[in-house]
Design a binder for this molecule. Structure first.
Ligand code: NAP
Ligand code: ZN
Ligand code: ZN
Length: 349
């Protein structure tokens, strides 16, 4: 067994605290990664606090992982010790269903194995990247360009691919008006990507204090979503809107902002369902949709695109000892725009 040192939640109501545990010995296709940085996703908070009613404890969260390969299994071909790599939200899937064969492992029909909080194919509870190391099959490990700041790359493994994938799927690009709802970890990556793809981008935010940042990050327009008159002005004008909001909110004004046949894509996953007026869909044949991360090939494509264009997340790097305070600040929408844990701060004991 491989010894791991991390920080875990023991229940939904206690803070994260140091926790030692074991990971499996490397199988033929496995890669052992020494974690350098791990992003703090709002999903970590939903999961730790059991807001989705599926938590299993002890839980070491973290699925925006960057580190160096320290050892590889006998059958590993793509990586060797010393390589800079990333691990994201899933670390396994069946590899044979129609979705897996299509390179959409995140939609695996048997169920993809999440990086933490589920039983893997060996019956072990998976544990995430708020730890000094992680084991993953090479198919779920990505190559990271040394050109980019590794702390800023970590959030690409979830916030990056979760926004890149739907923007590509629904063809955000030149001559398209694209909306981004919520300027947090996912939102600021959606904004950077939609801008990089050449779309006209409108950022919706509840935070007046974020307007200048939204413009700096690539927004052509910024709309304060609490301003009903400003929202009305956007009626029937969008080709695509991506909603990254973590808390329950009224989506109806955004549906009205879509053109005929346009799509509203939910990536934010609040703990309560929204109420939708079906007329907003019916009268303009609009679609309300959703998307989860991206496939493994698409994740590598996104990482390579970021290396080429110099795109990383805007991050506030913290030691692991500040993780509970960071959770509180994320919930208050007070992060610019992603916390990333520097794993060198971890005290092994
Ligand atoms: P985050 O950094 O906390 O950002 C969420 C943003 O939503 C906030 O910055 C804020 O933006 C806005 N917001 C928060 N509370 C709000 C409220 N009550 N009403 C309206 N707006 C509010 O979170 P994140 O890490 O980006 O994650 C966002 C959501 O995506 C979470 O639910 C997470 O679980 C989910 N997620 C889904 C996937 C997927 O694959 N589909 C992947 C990762 C995460 P403003 O200040 O600009 O209003
Ligand atoms: Zn995430
Ligand atoms: Zn599958």
């Amino acid at each position: 067994m491989i010894v791991s040192h991390g920080w875990a939640a023991q229940s939904a109501v206690v803070p994260l605290a140091p926790f030692n545990f074991f990971r499996r010995e490397l199988k033929e296709q496995d890669v052992l990664v020494e974690v350098q940085f791990c992003g703090v996703c709002h999903s970590d908070i939903h999961s730790v606090r059991d807001e989705w009613n599926n938590a299993v404890y002890p839980m070491v969260p973290g699925h925006e992982i960057i580190g160096r390969v320290s050892e590889v299994g006998k059958g590993v071909r793509r990586f060797k010790a010393g390589d800079l790599v990333g691990v994201g939200v899933i670390i396994d899937s069946c590899r044979s269903c129609a979705s897996c064969r299509a390179g959409e492992e995140q939609y695996c029909e048997v169920g993809a194995t999440l990086t933490y909080g589920v039983k893997d194919r060996y019956g072990d509870l998976t544990q995430g990247g708020y730890a000094n190391n992680i084991v993953a099959p090479e198919h779920f490990v990505h190559s990271i360009s040394p050109k980019l700041d590794p702390a800023g790359v970590a959030p690409l493994l979830c916030a990056g691919i979760t926004t890149y994938s739907p923007l590509r799927h629904w063809n955000a690009g030149p001559n398209k008006k694209v909306g981004v709802v919520g300027l947090g970890g996912l939102g600021h990556m959606a904004l950077k990507f939609a801008h990089a793809f050449g779309a006209h981008v409108v950022q919706f935010t509840t935070s007046e204090s974020k307007v200048a940042d939204a413009k700096r990050l690539g927004a052509d327009e910024v709309v304060i979503s609490k301003d009903a008159a400003a929202m009305k002005k956007q009626a029937s004008s969008f080709d695509f809107i991506v909603d990254t909001v973590s808390a329950p909110h009224d989506v109806n004004p955004y549906l009205e902002a879509l053109k005929r046949d346009a799509t509203y894509c939910q990536v934010g996953l609040p703990d309560k369902p929204p109420v939708i007026f079906p007329g907003h869909l019916i009268f303009k044949r609009r679609s309300w949709s959703g998307s989860i991360i991206g496939g493994m090939a698409e994740t590598q494509e996104m990482l390579d695109f970021c290396a080429e264009k110099g795109i990383t997340a805007d991050v506030e790097v913290i030691p692991i000892q500040r993780i509970n305070e960071a959770f509180e600040r994320v919930v208050k929408a007070d992060v610019k725009y992603r916390f990333v844990i520097d794993m060198a701060s971890l005290v092994k004991g």
